[in-house]
Design a binder for this molecule. Sequence first.
Ligand code: FAD
Ligand code: GLY
Length: 378
Amino acid sequence: MKTRYDAIIVGGGVNGGAIAFNLAKRGLKVLLLEKGLLANKASGAAAGMLGAQAELDAEGPLFHLARTSRAMFSRLSDELKMISGVDIGLMNKGMLRLSLTDREHVEHCKISKIHKQNGEAAELLTGDEARKREQALSKEIRGAMYLENDGQVEAPKLAMAFLKAASALGTVVKEYVEVHSFYFSNERITGVATNDGDFMADNVVITGGAWSEKLLKHTGIHLDSQPVKGECFSVLAETPLLSSTIFTDDCYLVPKRGGRIIVGATVLPNTFNEQVTVEGLSFLMEKAKKLVPSISQCEWESAWSGIRPHTADGLPYIGEHPAYKGLFIATGHFRNGILLSPITGEVMADLIEAKTPSIDISPFRIERCMKKGNPIQR
Ligand code: FAD
Ligand code: GLY
């Protein structure tokens, strides 16, 4: 007789891995299905910034979720190393959100005040003070906000660490298995149909990233979401050029170990096309040279792209399907899925175990996709 699982996770990215890891730690029998290679989509393309303050609206509903998740990384890094053997490359050297104009500097003054009111560190620097901290910065930098608690990790390693740790704790992980549709009985999920046969479980979790919407159409809901392509490249500096991550709205530079720097990322909505283009790379190169002119002398390493899962209101979908018990969804993490993965894993495991999560997740409920005359279609 075929094994019946407590939970099937659909998608082997960082969020699928994080949920599988949390469920396996709690003793559940888990199966994770990935249609291609593990951690080979957005999670493998990400720059790894934990930019709760640099990237998110300091007053929006996502901010609290993000800073809770950011605070989980230090313990998680040790735990994942111990169970999976993978070092996720956690670095806590802060981020410098640069202002290039007076207007931006005034805006950053306001944001830094809000951060401080929320008990977060956010030091406002003049251009000279920023250059003192990071000597490679251009003379054109008007100022910066130094966010010492926004760290970074190696994103592909984090995703693989979750997946390996889940596997070490008993999760069965299968690559090249694509979920096509679902089985239901009395408005409860009972299993999934795949190219490798049927698999049965009491709970199914959709963590298919930008491809989740296509799959969820079989369950009668239409997520308000779209794919957004992002291209990146990396270079090698002979001696490390930067210590902190450099962030602007158009371009960021993330210094990794060994003098490697990731430069990202383009933002191209409405495409699943993963080609890296000359246009995308030349845009990033021009922006990066304006911020850090000496990057021109660095050795070329590589370029890649990934498809981010964006939602209409910019918030992820985290919760149970409105019509089917046991069918859960965790997607739409857009530009912050690496940062949000620890809390996503924990919250989803709580929901599956019918426990109340430690954090209010009502802004992320699935039902909001049905607002604009978008009913469930059975
Ligand atoms: P994915 O990583 O896309 O994984 C989904 C998986 O599901 C895929 O492997 C897919 O093959 C699989 N799948 C889909 N459908 C099926 C099916 N039917 N059956 C089986 N498997 C299926 N975030 C940050 O926090 N910090 C950053 O610095 C950062 N930088 C980024 C830079 C770039 C260039 C990009 C593109 C993204 C970046 N992000 C960053 C965002 C982050 O990468 C994503 O939010 C996150 O990886 C989403 O993870 P996921 O597991 O939900 O989706
Ligand atoms: N968070 C960085 C990106 O999505 O490009």
